[in-house]
Design a protein around this ligand. Structure first.
Ligand SMILES: C[S@@+](CC[C@H](N)C(=O)[O-])C[C@H]1O[C@@H](n2cnc3c(N)ncnc32)[C@H](O)[C@@H]1O
Length: 234
């Protein structure tokens, strides 16, 4: 689904920086795990909020590349980051890089981990197992052996409403089928008038299934905590 975030993109930063994610915490957790690696690939860079914090908090010699398939998100990322990161319009399903990256990571991007108490799932923007397999094959080609894949953790998809600055209201509706396919509707409204609506679909894979898939494509589970899961590229 190209351009998946087009309708939400003009409100994206407002929603995300008013309590949705703690970008400093994610950036610091990523930096704590990159070791001596400096070549980083973000999968679903969005408006560049994670790259911005990595550049602010990390070593001066970081080399950041971000891919995304939504033009209106990339336009904002380019405005935010200028020439400080390489930003490419790529879908993870089609991307093709030489095995140049030390670390690939995703913060709410193409993949992430959903944790609810003791239970965890791999959440994917790609709905079909074969698409996840194809994208992981592309990823395995992009990360050098000995490198890492880091996936951020977030809470479960739940219906939710909260105020945003400027008299706006953020609402999300959630629907799920028996196979873990989620449909999320995001609304931005002011005084009952809907200003933006975005429908997104996610698939949640039980961690055992996800780890088998990741292992098949060369990503071996290493460690996890409440912020990040780390896989080693064999
Ligand atoms: C929730 S945003 C996260 C953006 C950023 N990582 C952040 O934390 O703010 C998810 C991003 O993933 C991108 N995305 C989703 N599926 C993708 C795919 N198949 N290939 C490339 N980008 C994708 C979307 O366009 C969107 O910009």
């Amino acid at each position: 689904m190209p351009d998946s975030y087009a309708d939400l993109s003009r409100f994206y930063d407002l929603v995300m920086t008013s309590g949705y994610y703690d970008y400093d915490a994610y950036a610091q957790a990523l930096l704590d795990r990159i070791g001596t690696g400096r070549g980083l690939l973000e999968l679903g860079v969005g408006t560049g909020l994670v790259c911005d914090r990595l550049l602010a908090l990390g070593p001066a010699d970081l080399r950041l590349t971000g891919i995304d398939h939504t033009d209106s998100m990339l336009v904002q990322a380019r405005g935010r980051l200028g020439g400080r990161a390489r930003l490419l319009r790529e879908d993870v399903l089609d991307m093709s890089f030489p095995s140049a990256f030390d670390v690939a990571y995703s913060v709410g991007g193409v993949w992430y981990i959903v944790q609810d108490g003791e239970e965890s799932w791999l959440s994917s923007h790609l709905m079909e197992e074969e698409d996840n397999a194809a994208a992981l094959a592309n990823l395995a080609a992009a990360v050098r052996p000995g490198g890492s894949l880091l996936l951020c953790v977030q809470g479960p998809h739940r219906p939710h409403e909260r105020p945003l600055p400027g008299g706006l209201v953020y609402t999300q509706h959630v629907d799920v089928d028996s196979e873990g396919r989620y449909t999320k509707d995001y609304y931005i409204s002011r005084q009952e008038t809907v200003l933006a609506h975005q429908r997104l679909r996610f698939r949640l894979f039980p961690m055992k299934t996800a780890d088998q898939l990741l292992e098949r494509y060369g990503f071996h589970f290493q460690s996890s905590d409440g912020v990040l899961w780390q896989y080693a590229r064999r």
